[in-house]
Design a protein around this ligand. Structure first.
Ligand code: SF4
Ligand code: SF4
Length: 338
């Protein structure tokens, strides 16, 4: 890993020089890892040296108060080497002193944190911030994530699945909060077509050619009105992607009828069979705050089907590949109580 030690000066901080000496010395030398208990990962180096990490779940949507950050910083400083925000929207406390592990776990519990998400469990429940600061949201991903985390809480703590499970919630079809890359992807969708306000489009001097060029499926065409040029949306082509809303700032809005589509079988990473995108199992499910009862039942139906039918080690996408999409859909749909 010599190249890592000669990073160019550049503008951004050099993370390598900020690492504790122990992690610098073992950079690139980790050859294996074990999961000694739920939420604990023990990395093993080429000379047998071990490094213990604790996987902490964070509140939905990634918003952390200064007080929460202070608590995590204090615990990391007292009992470990560094902290790491993970791509699963969790927090790993890395380089935990084994002699202090129990007191760290006690303190985390005392502060209200959940430790888990390793092995054959629910590894990830991540999503975007939606209404907190995005103008594009169809649904409220953070509240859906909170309700799903409550429902599947035991599965964060226990190895009770055939393999790991990752769930992503994207607030709209853009899916920048995740979606079809996960074992189960929940995507906010708009039921209505965009509504065009000709007056605003004209008054704000919208460049019509530019606006039309934003539509990925060519569903907009120019429309002559008495006061100028606007656009008309061809509903037979529109896929309700919201690009035109973003391109205008004012003048086009999405309708209020919204819900989610639920996809299954996505997977990222290159190990074993590589990445694949999930397919839609439930095209439209109402997302009714704040209990999301129907939505939770649909997700539970997919999880139950997978738990019953999968071989050990098979993720949802692996199960679908083995038994075929039609068989998977037939197994998911007849499940009772929804
Ligand atoms: S997925 Fe949609 S709602 Fe969520 S942050 Fe991205 S654009 Fe906004
Ligand atoms: S919502 Fe998307 S598909 Fe529909 S008109 Fe706008 S840009 Fe085109």
């Amino acid at each position: 890993m010599e190249h890592q030690r000669r990073l160019p000066a550049g503008i951004m901080p050099d993370y390598y020089s900020q690492l504790p000496e122990f992690l610098r010395n073992y950079y690139g030398r980790w050859v294996w890892h074990k999961v000694p208990a739920s939420g604990l990962v023990k990395h093993i180096a080429d000379d047998g040296t071990e490094c213990l990490s604790v996987r902490v779940q964070l509140p939905p949507a990634g918003f952390l108060s200064a007080e929460t950050l202070r608590v995590l910083a204090r615990l990391t400083r007292s009992y470990a080497l560094v902290g790491r925000r993970t791509s699963r929207q969790g927090f790993e406390i890395v380089g935990v002193d084994p002699a202090k592990l129990n007191i760290l776990l006690y303190k985390l519990k005392e502060e209200g944190f959940t430790v888990g998400g390793t092995g054959k469990s629910l590894h990830q429940l991540k999503g975007c911030t939606c209404y907190l600061h995005c103008q594009n949201a169809a649904i409220d991903a953070p509240s859906i994530m909170k309700v799903l985390a409550d429902h599947f809480y035991d599965s964060i703590l226990k190895d009770n699945y055939p393999a790991r499970l990752k769930i992503s919630v994207g607030g709209c079809p853009n899916q920048c909060g995740g979606g079809v890359e996960a074992d189960i992807g929940i995507l906010g969708i708009f039921q209505d077509y965009p509504e065009v306000d000709d007056k605003k489009i004209i008054e704000t001097g919208t460049n019509i050619d530019f606006l039309i060029s934003w539509c990925p499926v060519n569903a907009m065409k120019p429309k002559e009105t008495a006061s100028g040029l606007s656009v008309e949306i061809k509903q037979d082509l529109c896929v309700r992607c919201t690009s035109c809303v973003l391109a205008t700032q004012e003048g086009i809005v999405m309708g209020q009828a919204r819900g989610v589509a639920i996809a299954a079988g996505g997977r990222n990473g290159s190990l074993k069979k590589g990445s694949c995108l999930g397919r839609v199992v439930f095209p439209f499910v109402p997302a009714v705050p704040l209990d999301y009862e129907v939505l939770v039942k649909k997700v539970e139906a997919i999880v139950q089907c997978w738990s019953l039918c999968a071989n050990p080690g098979e993720r949802i996408g692996d199960l679908i590949e083995r038994i075929g999409w039609e068989e998977f859909m037939a197994e998911v749909n007849p499940l009772p109580s929804w």
